[in-house]
Design a protein around this ligand. Sequence first.
Ligand SMILES: Nc1ncnc2c1ncn2[C@@H]1O[C@H](COP(=O)(O)OP(=O)(O)O)[C@@H](O)[C@H]1O
Ligand SMILES: O=C(O)C[C@@H](O)[C@H](O)C(=O)COP(=O)(O)O
Length: 331
Amino acid sequence: MTKIALQQDRKLDAIVLGRAGVDLYARESNTDMADISGFNKFVGGSAANIAVAVSKLGGKVGFIGCVADDAFGGYVKQYMSGQGINLDGMMTDNSGSRTSVAFTEMKPSDCTVLIYRNKASDLTIKPEQVDPEYIASSKVLVVTGTALSESPSREATLIAMEHARRSNTLVVLDVDYRPYSWRTDVDASIYYGIAAGLSDIVIGNREEFDMMETVLAPGNKDDDATAERFLRANTQVVVIKAGEFGSKVYCRDGHKFQQGIFRVEVQKPFGSGDSFAGGLIWTLVNGGELEDGVKHGSAAAAINVSGNSCTEAMPTKEQLFDFIETREQSL
Ligand SMILES: Nc1ncnc2c1ncn2[C@@H]1O[C@H](COP(=O)(O)OP(=O)(O)O)[C@@H](O)[C@H]1O
Ligand SMILES: O=C(O)C[C@@H](O)[C@H](O)C(=O)COP(=O)(O)O
C-alpha cells in the first residue's frame, strides 16, 4: 500500500485551478443534437467538476479561475459558493470575454459535446492574480491542463505550480487535454512536459499521454514505457486511465497496480475523468492509501456516468461507500 506525504496543517484540502462554466445537457436521452428540444442547465467545466467532487465528499475546497462579469459568471459563482467552495481565487473579467459553455447530447457512447470557448474568460487569468499565500493554505493544488493552452492563463498556471512547490503543497496535474485549444500537439507537449515536471501526480488517459509523448516518443503505446518516462523530476505517481478498462497506476519506487471498473448503466460518458480525480484526491487529503484513492475515484466515476449531469451527479461520502459495498468490481 502507498501513502502520499501531505502537509496536514492546512486550512483547505485542495485548490483546483482551471475552468468553471455552464453545462447544458440535452433534455432527451439518446437523441441527436439536431432533434433535442431543449437543455437543462448545470455548472460544469473540468476544474469546477473536480472541485465539486471533492467538496461533495466532504473536502474543504478552494478555486482559482475566472468567469465573465455577466449572468452566467454570476450563476457559476453562486452555485460553487453554495457548494461550500471557497472562491477567494476566482476572478471576474469584464474585458468582453465569455464564461465557457458546453452543450451535450445524453448518450452512453458516441456522445457529442460542443464546448463554446471563443474568448473564454478562464484563459484570461493572469499570473499577478495568483496569490502564493492562498496556495500555501492548501494541502493540494490540482491543475487542469487546458489552463496551459493560452497566455496569460498559461503563465498563471505555471506560477501557481511553482508557488505550490515552494510551499510544499502537493501538485496534481489532470491532463484534461482538449485538442482544439492548442495550435499543434507539439506546442501542447512542450507545455504539458513543463507542467508534468512540476507535478507530484500526473493523471491522464492514453490519448493524453500520446500527445505528451509527441516529441519524446512519437507512436509509443506502451503504458509501462510512458510511466517510466514521466516518473522523473518531482513526479511520484503516474495514473493512466482507460475508460471501461479501468486504470493503471505507477509509482516512483517501482510499485504498480491496476484498478478495474464498477459496471453501471451508462447515461453519458463525460464527467468520468473529473469524478475519478475528485475521488482520488479526496482520499489522499484524508490520509488514505493511493490504492483506496484509485478505487474511490473509479467508483465515483461509475456513479457519475450513470447520472444525468457532472456536478450534481458527484457522490457524497455516504453514497460512495454504499455504492462500493453493494457493487462488484470487474477487472
Ligand atoms: N463506462 C464506464 N463504467 C464505469 N466506470 C467508468 C466508465 N468509463 C470510465 N469509468 C471510470 O472512470 C475512469 C476515468 O475514465 P476515462 O474515460 O478513462 O477518463 P477521461 O474522461 O479523462 O478520458 C476510468 O478509469 C474508470 O474507472
Ligand atoms: O470540461 C468542460 O468544459 C465541460 C465539462 O463539464 C463536460 O461536461 C465534460 O466534458 C467533462 O468531461 P471529462 O473531462 O471527461 O470528465
